[in-house]
Design a protein around this ligand. Structure first.
Ligand SMILES: CC(C)(COP(=O)(O)OP(=O)(O)OC[C@H]1O[C@@H](n2cnc3c(N)ncnc32)[C@H](O)[C@@H]1OP(=O)(O)O)[C@@H](O)C(=O)NCCC(=O)NCCS
Length: 253
């Protein structure tokens, strides 16, 4: 096996990748303890969209049709088609042949071939991130950093008491960035566990300062989980905050 280029394994190094060519290149380098993060745009030309849509099952197309507006409909088709293309490249399978299932809370997982790869998808507007691992569960989230009328009120509603207290201590100039840092760190964990918002956001704590090392500090419902996961901020550009949550299995011992 070729040596794994360091940049591909540094979890905070998110790059634009063109696929499938680079995915075929990358699959040889996805080791037991590695996680790849892929970044792509979803507003693709009509001909490309038609090609991506051709991979989707009738159920996926039916779900696309339920979007009332064209933009989210097209982005759903693009995201699902690109996911199929990317995973198909890793597995050297026709993207249309992949079958997905959902866990009890809606997290998509591979059904066919069964659990061959772990993955998770996040999108915001035109931007999508996909995390891929062979070693353990992953969760990913991305948000565009946008002005909020009352970040403090939103934080009071969604953060744990410990997080909210730390948030209030930050200078106002840091609070918007901190809000999205905490939000994406929390959602990455909730998605890695596979529960999404069925996991109460105030039941666990993450680090709050935008420049603090991201960390899951405690999970009051499942204390053992705190040491089972690592959080990573993703360098997606200044307009976004992105976070990745990886099981310790995926990082090796
Ligand atoms: C999963 C969830 C956290 C996604 O949040 P979001 O910010 O809207 O969307 P994101 O872009 O981050 O992620 C969407 C992707 O996450 C994945 N996903 C869906 N459910 C998931 C779960 N339980 N765990 C992990 N990933 C999940 C899917 O790939 C989805 O992409 P798709 O819609 O194209 O299939 C959220 O929708 C959720 O918890 N849903 C389940 C509970 C629910 O429906 N609550 C109602 C609102 S409170």
């Amino acid at each position: 096996m070729l040596p794994i280029p360091r940049t591909w394994r540094v979890l905070t190094d998110v790059r634009w990748h063109r696929w499938p060519d680079e995915a075929l290149f990358g699959v040889r380098r996805l080791s037991e303890d590695g996680v790849h993060v892929w970044r792509t745009g979803l507003d693709v030309p009509a001909t490309r969209l038609a090609g991506l849509g051709a991979y989707l099952t009738p159920e996926e197309m039916a779900r696309a049709e339920r979007y009332r507006f064209p933009s989210p409909r097209r982005r759903f088709i693009a995201a699902r088609g690109l996911l199929r293309e990317l995973l198909g490249a890793y597995l050297e399978l026709d993207p249309a042949r992949l079958r997905f299932r959902q866990n009890a809370w809606g997290k998509p997982l591979l059904l066919e071939p069964p659990d061959a790869l772990q993955f998770n998808v996040a999108h915001t507007e035109d931007l999508a991130l996909i995390a891929v691992s062979v070693g353990g569960a992953v969760g990913i989230d991305v948000e565009r950093v946008r002005p909020l009328a009352h970040p403090d009120r939103l934080a009071a509603r969604t953060f744990s008491p410990l997080e909210y207290a730390a948030f209030r201590e930050l200078p106002p100039s840091q609070q918007l960035e901190a809000f999205f840092a905490v939000w994406t760190r929390k959602e990455a964990y909730m998605k890695a566990r596979g529960w999404g918002f069925h996991l109460p956001p105030d039941a666990f704590d993450v680090t709050v300062a935008p420049d603090a090392p991201p960390q899951l500090l405690a999970d009051r419902q499942a204390p053992a989980e705190a040491s089972r996961w690592s959080l990573h901020d993703l360098a997606v550009g200044t307009a976004y905050r992105g976070s990745l949550c990886v099981s310790s299995l995926a990082r090796g011992p």
